[in-house]
Write a protein that binds this ligand. Structure first.
Ligand code: UD1
Length: 418
């Protein structure tokens, strides 16, 4: 358990290099077991979810070394295909090991994954895709026991929703399936394109990522030495910009892909922020006096990212007028708003919609981080509030942000963590 101590009211200014993307590195680490190989990943963020994934890889028999932002994975010694419940429950993306292990070993045994509490997060689409590829999946004592009695074969997989995780699982498993797999209504998130480029380095024939149709031509993968640099985190980028927008200031982010979060940039600019992006840099200037943006409606990429909704909402708490948020991806993604009320915010939620009426000022208060991005939203609000906030956090924020307090302090914030 940690406590964030934040004294708000300080402007943020300075320049920051943004960490590698959590949601890109986790499936890539899982993909590293697809074939016996030696993988060097660079720009790997230091996060609790990455540490847990390292532990999963070691449990499976892989050698894993970490040095600075580099993680070296030697998957030649992989000897097991089971992941214990204690590790599975720590993060949702552990479920991506299902496709990877089926591809490598032809079998896997793991329990239902954990992750953020954002309402029901089923894995039916993951299982549907893997079954279509030839996997037999039985539930035994809370575990998913997966085998491939007749081997894996290519299939047409039509996803009813463009699920990021199900697309990733299907892509990994299809790499070892005989013949062609076509995934339609695939997720189009940048992390899918990143996974495709890693899989190609492993020798897999994958195309179409970034569009709604991903095609994989499966076959045996040979042992390889592969190096890969993880793309920048678009949600972390959005977080620092939203914090600067709310608190006021002048912040430049380096090493980012602004086109990955253009919807967020558009909303922040509608709020009155002055935004300039050039190459891998984006600079945001805000006087802290924002105006409500056009309604923020989340959706699968290229829509407004659901993970950035709490951040944007926090930035709008003092914005002049009424800001409207429609959450189309996850139910229960407004739980964090109850905590924001403690800081003096005016928010009315009903089902998928949250309406924020801008207030003159927020005030510091004790609050609780309900989930990863909800916790970050509370920190953004606290940075723009008058007085002191103590945020109780059972480890949610550290799942997604590397050196968050240190980075915010470097920008001039008064924040510490005990
Ligand atoms: C990933 C991201 C998460 C992000 C989300 C949506 C990772 C590690 N996490 O999560 O940060 O918020 O994409 O951009 O990359 N669904 C089903 N059945 C399934 C799978 C999903 O009904 O089998 C539903 C979910 O409940 C949700 C929607 O599909 O309503 C989208 O979920 P999905 O894209 O799968 O999210 P994740 O991959 O879990």
């Amino acid at each position: 358990m940690s406590v964030w101590h934040i004294s708000g009211g300080r402007r943020l200014s300075g320049s920051l290099a943004v960490q590698g993307a959590k949601n890109a590195v986790l499936p890539i680490m899982a993909a590293s077991v697809l074939a016996p190989g030696q993988i060097e990943l660079l720009n790997v963020p230091e996060l609790r979810d990455v540490d847990t994934t390292v532990r999963i890889l070691r449990t499976l028999g892989c050698g894993v070394e970490r040095e600075g932002d580099a993680v070296n994975i030697d998957s030649r010694g992989l000897a097991r295909s089971e992941i214990p419940h204690s590790l599975m429950r720590e993060l949702r993306s552990s479920v991506i090991f299902l496709g990877a292990l089926l591809a490598r070993c032809g079998r896997a045994r793991l329990s239902m994954p954990g992750g953020c509490e954002l309402g029901p997060r089923p894995i039916d689409l993951h299982l549907m895709a893997l079954r279509a590829l030839g996997a037999r999946i039985d539930e035994r004592g809370g575990d998913l026991v997966c085998t491939t009695p007749e081997g894996l074969h290519g299939a047409d997989i039509a996803l009813p929703t463009p699920s990021v995780g199900a697309t990733e699982n299907a892509m990994l498993c299809a790499c070892a399936a005989e013949g062609e797999t076509v995934i339609t209504n695939a997720a189009r998130e940048p992390e899918i394109t990143e996974l495709q480029s890693f899989l190609r380095k492993l020798g897999a024939e994958v195309s179409g990522a970034g569009s709604a149709t991903v095609t994989v031509r499966g076959g045996p993968l040979s042992a390889r030495r592969v190096g890969h640099r993880i793309m920048p985190d678009r949600i972390v980028s959005a977080t620092y910009l939203a914090a600067c927008a709310a608190a006021g200031g002048d912040v430049e982010l380096r090493g980012v892909c602004p086109e990955h979060f253009s919807t967020v940039l558009r909303s922040l600019s509608e709020c009155g922020c002055d935004i300039m992006s050039k190459g891998a840099r984006v600079r945001l200037r805000s006087d802290g006096n924002l105006t409500a943006p056009m309604p923020v409606i989340t959706g699968p990429y290229p829509g407004f990212p659901t993970d950035a909704q709490p951040l944007m909402l926090a930035a709008c708490l003092r914005a002049k007028g009424t800001s409207v948020f429609v959450e189309n991806v996850f139910q229960n993604r407004f739980r964090f708003t109850e905590e924001l009320l403690r800081l003096g915010a005016r928010i009315h939620t009903e089902g998928r919609v949250a309406v924020v009426t801008g207030v003159q000022a927020l005030h510091g208060a004790p609050a609780v981080a309900t989930d990863l991005r909800g916790g970050a939203a509370l920190i953004i609000a606290a940075l723009s509030a008058e007085g002191r906030t103590e945020l109780l956090d059972s480890g949610h924020v550290a799942r997604g942000y590397e050196r968050f307090d240190e980075n915010l302090r470097a920008l001039g914030a008064d924040i510490s963590r005990t």
